[in-house]
Design a protein around this ligand. Structure first.
Ligand code: FAD
Length: 490
């Protein structure tokens, strides 16, 4: 008998899971608290400008292809993908930047210009990263994190030494130019942790960066959310917005339903794609698996201060993705992970989607997204947001050699309090639970509740981890687990 499944939240992981569960013949309904779907990947449209509120880097196109292929589809049936060239630019000071283009050959040439002999080392580094990618992304991440033995394969045994060194050590052993070091340490930030706390094996992120490249879906990342919504609805999923789930009802350790806006909805299975910590607060104390102390000890990926800015002119000397690494990387990382505080001099990231996509801004204007990574849980007040906006804009003007402040015609911000308010995010984290060695696979919060039968979890705080591609995989893994358990009890 097919099940009535209620899914909490409409982020990437929930949408992915809904597709698999509906394809298996279940009656699936998504309940989203916000007015629009997409979770952290929602969209802001205002005064002719369009901004992705969250993710802007489309990496690992193979994972998206595999997702759609599971339904006999291709991404191109739903959205147009543009490979960015250059992929991104990194500023180190005024008149001092490195541009990362769209092939390894061109990137090698850029490296060689900075440090003699580095192109050969880069080729070797990326070849190892590719081999790790083939093991990790094509195999390991598609395992449900149930047992440590999932990670023990003939391929991983050969790589065991790579779990005892770090990306940071490996990179610094081969490259001495600090600019190249920071470029090679940048991709693991997507995993939510510092390179010095990330095992060498995770260099697969460097292959995603230099080997596979950076893409932009036409009309932004939100077009991927819309694609998944269409697919889910084609498969029979019902999506309901403005539905705040206030409680998960259990009876004798069995999930029975949810309460949405005061109304009880009985369900055979409940799957939550909302932040794991928040979902557990919807349960009575005795049904929760993890204590506040457990969450307090975990390494969370950063929160962020974001600005969505409309300029009344085109911005010069920047690319679609531009990173500002003109201040001390270590000091900023320390303020995120070691002694949580507002950073003295923050690194920041800027994205100008209207450089590639004419739909992102009105003619002759530019849409800019600015992001400063921050420790979760920091005090978030309007005055601090303004102070930091002023800080980064002044640096931006100096480094890119132009005035822009007087050209701002639209500005919105998003920070810790918004992550909490809009997504029920633990301490206002942006990217979930970091993927460190001790927070990998079976060591992460589980997809299936150990205490309540019929209750499951998915998303960036669970398996396999933060990022859009892992969220798609998380949805698939939990759907497989639900199907497996349901068949066993049929
Ligand atoms: C600023 C930012 C930049 C990022 N950049 C990138 C990037 O460039 N590339 C990349 O790959 N990844 C990026 N990420 C990470 C990526 O966006 C996330 O990993 C992914 O979107 C998480 O999806 P999810 O399904 O786990 O959770 P979410 O998207 O958070 O979805 C959870 C949903 O549950 C809903 N919800 C919560 N509580 C309730 C409730 N009680 N009742 C009903 N609904 C509820 C929320 O409203 C939300 O819609 C970024 C994230 C952020 C925030």
């Amino acid at each position: 008998m097919h099940k009535k499944i209620s899914i909490i939240g409409s982020g990437f992981s929930s949408l992915a899971a809904s597709c698999y569960l509906a394809k298996a013949g279940n009656h699936v309904t998504i309940y989203e608290k916000n007015e629009t779907i997409g979770g952290r990947a929602r969209q802001l449209k205002k005064e002719g400008f369009t901004f992705d509120i969250g993710p802007t880097w489309y990496w690992m196109p193979d994972v998206f292809e595999l997702f759609f292929a599971d339904f006999g589809k291709q991404p191109s049936e739903y959205y147009q993908l543009i490979k960015l060239n250059p992929a991104y630019q990194v500023y180190f000071a005024k008149n001092d930047s490195i541009t990362i283009e769209d092939t390894l050959q061109k990137i090698c040439a850029a490296f060689e210009k900075e440090e003699r002999g580095s192109s050969i080392k880069l080729q070797k580094f990326i070849s190892k990263a590719q081999s790790n990618y083939n093991i990790a992304i094509k195999d390991l991440v598609y395992r449900p994190g149930v047992s440590p033995f999932e990670l023990v394969t003939p391929a991983t045994l050969k790589k065991i030494n790579q779990f005892f060194s770090t990306i940071s050590k490996d990179v610094r052993k081969e490259f001495s130019n600090p600019k190249l070091v920071s470029i090679l340490e940048f991709p693991v930030l997507f995993l939510g942790a510092k390179a010095s706390n990330t095992p060498s094996f995770y260099s697969f992120m460097n292959y995603a960066d230099f080997g596979l490249g950076t893409f932009h879906p036409k009309n932004g990342m939100y077009s991927v959310i819309l694609a998944m919504k269409s697919l889910a609805e084609e498969l029979g999923v019902t999506i309901k917005t403005n539905q705040n789930i206030e409680k998960i009802i259990t009876e004798n350790k069995v999930a029975k339903g949810i309460i949405a806006n005061g109304k009880t909805i009985l369900s055979d299975i409940i799957l939550s794609g909302a932040d794991y910590h928040h979902t557990e607060t919807l349960l009575d104390q005795q049904d929760r698996q993890y204590s506040e102390t457990y969450w307090g000890k975990k390494i969370f990926a950063p929160s962020s201060l974001l600005f969505y800015v409309g300029f009344d002119k085109k911005i010069k000397n920047v690319e679609h993705h531009t990173l500002f690494f003109d201040v001390d990387f270590e000091a900023h990382a320390k303020s995120i992970y070691d002694t949580p505080e507002w950073p003295e001099d923050p690194l920041f990231y800027a994205s100008f989607p209207s450089k590639t996509d004419e739909n992102a801004a009105p003619d002759g204007k530019e849409a800019g997204i600015f992001l400063i990574p921050l420790a979760p849980g920091l005090t978030d007040i309007p005055e601090l947001r303004e102070e930091y906006f002023e800080k980064i804009m002044s640096r931006f003007e100096k480094i890119t050699m132009q005035e822009v402040k007087k050209n701002i015609i639209l500005k919105e911000s998003f920070c810790v309090n918004d992550f909490i308010d809009q997504y029920n995010s633990y301490k206002g984290n942006a990217y979930g639970l970091a993927n460190t060695l001790l927070q990998t696979a079976f060591l992460r919060p589980k997809l299936k509740s150990k205490k309540v039968k019929g209750l499951y979890f998915t998303g960036q705080l669970s398996v396999p981890g933060p990022g859009v591609p892992p969220s798609l995989i998380s949805g698939k893994l939990v759907a497989q687990l639900i199907e497996k358990n349901t068949i066993q009890t049929r």
